[in-house]
Design a protein. Structure first.
Length: 189
């Protein structure tokens, strides 16, 4: 047996061992992901999903309030008070609130955090007026991946139109449309 034959035999054995290792690793992964505690990221809400009527307490006055109302399009925004990116994106919201008057669109900031903590994070009474604290299960229905800063656009019938992170293409389009409606209303007046 020559050195080349011995070397090629060794390479074949190593290749078979590698294939066996990959098969065993994949089998182990399939078993482990079924165990409790394995982190599984749920899917984002799909476009067209119909949301149930969810309610929570208004952060300002603790009155019961619907997250979205039949007959009104709603932009549900989700921020986390400990998220630095959320703090930066929060500054974009007050100007949008001034643009929604009379446009048939509502903006709701939804949280599952403590009211006191979230109010301190918002630090703006206009934002607090539009904020709702919901239960953890309701929050997970709106934001199953628990992303932030995130949005969820709901049409007047409770159907999801889009979802994603604040600042993405759909968000920018939404902001541009609000600005366009405001410009049209000013030119008419």
């Amino acid at each position: 047996m020559t050195d080349i034959q011995m070397l090629s035999g060794l390479v074949c054995i190593l290749a078979l061992l590698l294939a066996l290792n990959l098969k065993l690793t994949f089998t182990l992964y399939k078993k482990v992901k079924q165990l409790p505690g394995f982190v599984h990221l749920p899917d984002a809400l799909a476009e067209g999903t119909i949301l149930p009527q969810l309610s929570g307490k208004n952060v300002l006055n603790a009155k019961l309030e619907l997250v979205w109302r039949q007959g009104s399009a709603t932009a549900v925004l989700m921020f986390a008070s400990r998220c630095p990116k959320c703090k930066a994106k929060l500054a974009e919201i007050p100007p949008l609130l001034s643009l929604i008057d009379g446009n048939g669109v509502e903006i709701k900031l939804v949280t599952n955090e403590s009211v006191r903590h979230f109010r301190r994070f918002l630090a703006d009474d206009k934002l607090v007026e539009h904020s709702i604290k919901v239960s953890q299960p309701d929050y997970l229905q709106l934001n199953p991946q628990q992303m932030s800063p995130a949005y969820l656009f709901i049409d007047h019938q409770g159907q999801v139109e889009a979802s994603g992170l604040i600042g993405d293409e759909n968000w920018t389009l939404f902001c541009d449309q609000l600005q366009m409606f405001a410009n049209v209303q000013q030119s008419v007046a």
